[in-house]
Design a protein. Structure first.
Length: 83
């Protein structure tokens, strides 16, 4: 596991894509949470909650990739103990 916070290089296409994806996911998460707060119907709240969970999982996956975590490390972070 890396011990330092990874620094993204904006000149590197892979790093730029990771940055752009993270910004997009965080923006999406903020929007979904605002919409959830305003939701009145249970069906809408349920749908938005599911979208929030999926977006959160995508953010987690991107962070795991950024830190180059192994399956075992991911399991520790998620509390599942790894494979």
């Amino acid at each position: 596991m890396q011990s330092e916070i990874p620094i993204l290089n904006p000149a590197d296409p892979t790093d730029k894509a990771r940055h752009d994806r993270m910004v997009s996911l965080v923006t999406q998460m903020l929007d979904l949470n605002k919409r959830l707060q305003a939701a009145r119907l249970e069906q809408e709240k349920t749908q938005l909650s599911r979208q929030i969970e999926a977006t959160d999982a995508s953010i987690d996956k991107l962070v795991y990739e950024l830190y180059e975590l192994t399956e075992e490390e991911i399991g520790i972070v998620e509390g599942t103990g790894g494979k």
